[in-house]
Design a protein around this ligand. Structure first.
Ligand code: GLC
Length: 720
């Protein structure tokens, strides 16, 4: 049935229109097991309002959704189906590594596959749309939501944003029953909050916003994302949710987005807190004028409807704005096939068949294996042979929650712990139940407890609730008692393998000195413990690469590889010598990160043997074609990521010292050599000029090819 949406709108009363634009949380529709993701003051809602609200967030389960939809339609005057949305950020019930972990795979196909599985599980459980991907560029690990992001590089971020949208929505035009509508968030630049403090001011220039922050959203839009979510923060001085420059001029007009724009939780109501609205009504009008279609949990649109109902005359401008918004919401429902089948996807049998399956979990394990980053491996301590005598200890050794934040339906009780997984592989492993995390450690006791083994594995890190929304931190070292344990183990002469479970980059300077090997699984998801075990045992050769720089100290933040050169760059030795005083550096810390963007070790040894440019003079509308010869010099098969960074030698605006413009993950058998064809379309070298337009310059460029942002293989080329 093709709904004539405009006819439907003509039948709707003013109150029905504002209700259609309102979204309530699950607790208004069900009394039990609701995980709220924002503040609520339990505003009263009448029955009539409840059965005309347009969408609900946080309900799932085929039977539950079917029951709610049935009840809703029985009471709904116009029989417009309810839209079910939720946060499915890195998996629905099968939980993948956190997005910052998945980004470490540098594998868009894997990211797409993970989103595809998440969509299939969510759709079978009655969901129609998900609040993902989050593509806020992040350069400050003090902000807890870096765990949801794709890291500090615009090109990697954009590539993974597009892959996620394709996975959630499918590659075809229609949104079939195994896919869901995706919602790119948070528009815009939420990741640039000052001081990394949650919900704080974002004050970047439009030039920097367009040159560095826009790409993730742009590529999600180009991939056909159906929804966009506004961000809590101000940008260019105005809160995003009321920002007509951002939403009307840039998002809708310039980027051509005509899908549904949804506010973040209570973001419309919070326009009063920002001080740009004096009432709910004024806040609602400002959001409507900015083109916000759905009011998530602020009740401002409803309040506007009540106020307008009282007026003799309702300004036509507001009616038009309301009708346009309602049109976009109904259009989305039609694209989802809800008018044809309001129970689309709410199928308990399909849910049973598609959700949390062994196949899905195997992909989750593969994702965790590919996302884990080997940071240190002194004297090739890892991998360990199965009959190695090991002692395992540390607070994360028997922690079940390896899922990380935003893993809503994920059930950590079904997870294996790191201890259980390692014990299944290493029969001579002792697991210490004492976590030895007091600050004053009894070295004698520790020595006795670990006497049976020369090698200890220490599972350290943060807990799930120390990253994600509303978790900004001003200290990024491991907890003091965890560092004390590492120091003690070093003192008693153990070989230490340190596992760091975390949702954000940490200051691991001490950890790197005190450990013989350091493995970073992030929050690795439902099969994380198994993935860690496969890597430690050598069945899997780690290939993860950092999507965010790891600082030596917190004072270096914001710290990112694609920074500008400055007029007094530190080009020589990155040390604390007193010479060369007048340079862009610190007197108490090095400039470089402890671990740079793109970095990650392998058990194998890879080398770039040769880079040949087919054309070192390239026309503006052409592409750079290169052949990279890579060797695996070791006896171990493995994967690595070839990375290509460009630098424009002279430009109208200062350009980053390096910018990732190509990457490719390859597998290479032991002692083999591979020639890899790679391309860089010159369009990818466009940058934002002073007049805020983006274009490619003719001129001299440098290309650096290697395995991280410090790539040394340099080739010059020219765009003519
Ligand atoms: C939260 C988050 C947003 C999430 C929404 C619904 O406040 O900012 O990312 O999708 O509310 O849970």
């Amino acid at each position: 049935m093709t709904v004539r949406i405009t006819e439907l709108i003509d039948k709707m009363s003013l109150l029905e229109k504002v209700e259609q634009l309102s979204q309530l949380s699950a607790d208004y529709f069900q009394g039990d097991e609701v995980a709220l993701t924002g503040p609520t003051d339990k505003t009263k809602v009448t029955t009539e309002e409840l059965y005309s609200v347009g969408s609900v967030l946080g309900i799932s389960g085929a039977d539950r959704a079917r029951k709610i939809q049935t009840d809703y339609l029985q009471h709904s005057r116009l029989k417009i189906p309810l839209l079910f949305m939720a946060d499915v950020v890195h998996g629905y019930k099968t939980i993948f590594p956190i997005p910052l972990g998945l980004a470490s795979s540098f594998d868009p196909e894997l990211v797409e596959q993970a989103a595809k599985i998440a969509a299939k599980e969510a759709a079978a459980s009655g969901l129609h749309a998900v609040f993902a991907p989050m593509v806020d560029l992040v350069r400050d690990p003090r902000w807890g939501r870096v765990m949801e992001a794709n890291g500090e590089d615009p090109f990697l971020n954009g590539s993974l944003a597009a892959a996620s949208v394709r996975g959630f929505q499918g590659r075809g035009e229609s949104l079939d029953e195994n896919h869901v509508a995706a919602c790119v968030k948070h528009f815009a630049a939420y990741g640039a909050a000052e001081g990394g403090r949650e919900y704080n001011t974002v004050d970047i220039s439009e030039w920097q916003f367009r040159d560095q922050y826009l790409e993730g959203y742009q590529r999600a839009l180009a991939a056909g994302v159906r929804l966009v979510m506004t961000s809590f923060n101000t940008l260019f001085g105005v809160p995003a949710t009321a920002n007509q420059v951002l939403m009307r001029s840039i998002l809708r007009k310039e980027l051509g987005f005509n899908g549904v724009l949804i506010s973040d939780w209570n973001a419309i109501g919070e326009l009063k807190e920002h001080g740009v609205a004096s009432s709910q009504t004024e806040a609602a009008i400002k959001a409507l004028k900015a083109g916000v279609d759905i009011d998530m949990m602020s009740f401002a649109y409803r309040e506007l409807g009540r106020q307008l109902e009282k007026r003799e005359h309702v300004p036509q401008e507001l009616i038009t704005l309301l009708d346009e918004a309602v049109y976009r919401v109904l259009k989305l429902k039609e694209e989802l096939g809800l008018f044809a089948d309001p129970f689309r996807g709410m199928d308990a049998l399909k849910e049973e068949k598609n959700v949390f399956t062994e196949d899905n979990l195997e992909i989750a394990q593969k994702a965790a294996e590919e996302s884990t980053v080997l940071l240190e491996n002194k004297e090739n301590l890892l991998p360990l042979s199965p009959n190695t005598k090991i002692t395992l200890l540390g607070p994360l050794a028997r922690e079940k929650d390896l899922l990380g934040s935003w893993s809503w339906k994920g059930d950590s009780h079904e997870n294996m712990t790191i201890a259980a997984a390692l014990q299944s592989k290493f029969k001579k492993m002792t697991v210490l139940t004492e976590s030895f995390t007091a600050e004053e450690l009894d070295l004698v006791a520790l020595a006795q407890k670990t006497a049976a083994s020369q090698i200890v594995i220490v599972a350290l890190g943060l807990t799930s609730d120390q990253s994600g929304e509303a978790t900004s931190m001003t200290h990024l070292e491991l907890p003091a008692e965890q560092l004390a344990l590492l120091k003690a183990l070093k003192k008693i002469g153990k070989k230490v393998v340190t596992l760091v479970v975390t949702g954000r980059p940490l200051v691991l300077t001490e950890v790197s000195k005190l450990s013989d090997a350091v493995l970073l699984p992030w929050f690795p998801g439902s099969r994380g413990a198994q993935a860690i075990t496969e890597i430690i045992a050598g069945a899997i050769n780690p290939s993860g690469k950092l999507p965010m720089s790891f600082p030596r100290s917190i004072g270096q933040i914001p710290l990112y590889y694609n920074s500008l050169r400055t007029g007094r760059p530190l080009t020589g030795e990155d040390s604390l010598d007193k010479e060369n005083k007048y340079l862009s550096k610190y007197i108490d810390e090095q400039n470089s990160p402890l671990y740079c963007f793109g970095y990650g070790q392998s058990y194998a040894t890879f080398e770039i043997k040769e880079v040949v440019l087919a054309n070192n003079q390239v026309a503006k509308n052409d592409e750079l074609r290169l052949e990279v010869t890579v060797a695996n010099e070791s006896q171990i098969d493995g994967q690595t990521v070839i990375q290509g960074y460009t630098h424009q030698c002279v430009a109208e605006t200062a350009r980053p010292v390096r910018e990732l413009k190509m990457f490719k993950k390859i597998a290479l058998k032991a002692k083999t050599v591979k020639k890899v064809e790679m391309r860089i379309p010159t369009a990818r070298l466009a940058y934002v000029h002073q007049d805020l337009t983006s274009s490619v310059d003719r001129g001299a460029y440098e290309l650096y090819v290697g395995f991280d942002a410090n790539a040394q293989k340099k080739i010059s080329f020219e765009i003519i």
